[in-house]
Ligand binder design. Structure first.
Ligand SMILES: NC(=O)c1ccc[n+]([C@@H]2O[C@H](COP(=O)([O-])OP(=O)(O)OC[C@H]3O[C@@H](n4cnc5c(N)ncnc54)[C@H](OP(=O)(O)O)[C@@H]3O)[C@@H](O)[C@H]2O)c1
Length: 243
């Protein structure tokens, strides 16, 4: 049983993959972990797994693209926890790695989940984050959104570049810089994380990294001392990735 540290963290898309593992690692450190999931059954199963390991885990239904779900989420956190210390915008999709040409519909759907949702969810949760004495927002991004890499190392990334996914993460990187500036006066620190290429449903089993290692970049940004927090930067394993 982990001793509770009094901090509440919400992770989106946390029924599996990196989101669930981030929850597991933060649960082990004593965080109260709220694993949100669009599929309630999957969210309950993930939370039950963490509770069985002795962690303080909860679940709430959240399709990140559904404004009604976002409204209910705010009410649930207000009623249950009265504040939020950390928001991890983790839910993400990659619809374009199926070998077929992308199209406008796939690009639009990807932007909706990977970029617009993190913006909308963060905006909705600002009042609850402002009640924390060390509020943080971590956006789960990707080096595939690095314009510098696309420009300077195209041959190394070309296989993985897809219009919807890469522009959604490039947009998320810009959102991170803007949020880190605009939310600073409200006491909310913001940064982005690149987990590496990780074995998950999204990353596929071809990925070289295990999920526990992939989760560490976000966990480090959640736990790093406030005076060392890399405001408005994109990090991978403690090192800055250029825009
Ligand atoms: N794995 C990698 O190599 C890698 C590399 C760079 C960045 N990332 C980023 O890391 C994050 C987590 O990815 P992962 O590898 O853990 O992928 P994953 O195993 O496929 O998990 C993605 C999660 O997002 C959820 N999700 C998708 N659409 C949603 C929606 N509309 N509402 C709520 N939840 C939704 C999924 O829920 P369902 O189960 O219901 O589909 C799932 O829980 C993503 O933002 C991804 O872009 C991953």
């Amino acid at each position: 049983m982990a001793t509770k540290n009094g901090k509440v963290v919400l992770i989106t898309g946390a029924n599996k993959g990196l989101g669930k593992e981030i929850g597991r690692q933060l649960g082990a450190l004593g965080y109260t972990v709220l694993l949100s999931a669009r599929n309630e059954k999957a969210g309950k199963a993930a939370a039950a797994e963490l509770v069985a390991q002795g962690y303080d885990a909860h679940t709430v239904r959240l399709d990140v693209t559904n404004p009604d779900d976002i409204g209910s989420l705010v009410g649930y956190i207000e009623t249950t926890f009265a504040k939020l210390d950390v928001l991890v915008n983790n839910a993400g999709i990659a619809l374009e790695w199926d070998g077929r040409p992308t199209d406008a519909d796939k690009v639009r759907r990807t932007l909706e989940v990977n970029l617009i949702a993190p913006f909308a969810i963060t905006e909705a949760l600002v009042p609850l984050l402002m009640r924390s004495d060390d509020a943080r927002v971590i956006n789960h991004s990707s080096m595939l959104g690095s314009i510098g890499n696309a420009e300077n190392a195209w041959d190394q990334v070309a296989t993985f570049m897809a219009v919807g996914y890469s522009t959604s993460k490039a947009g998320l990187n810009m959102l991170t810089v803007m949020q880190s500036r605009t939310l600073a006066s409200k006491g909310i620190a913001v940064a982005a994380a690149h987990p590496g290429w990780v074995k998950t449903d999204l990353g596929t089993q071809a990925a070289p990294m295990e999920v526990d290692q992939g989760a560490r970049t976000v966990v480090n940004l959640v736990t790093i001392a406030r005076d060392q927090f890399p405001h408005g930067q994109l990090l991978h394993e403690g090192k800055r990735i250029p825009w």
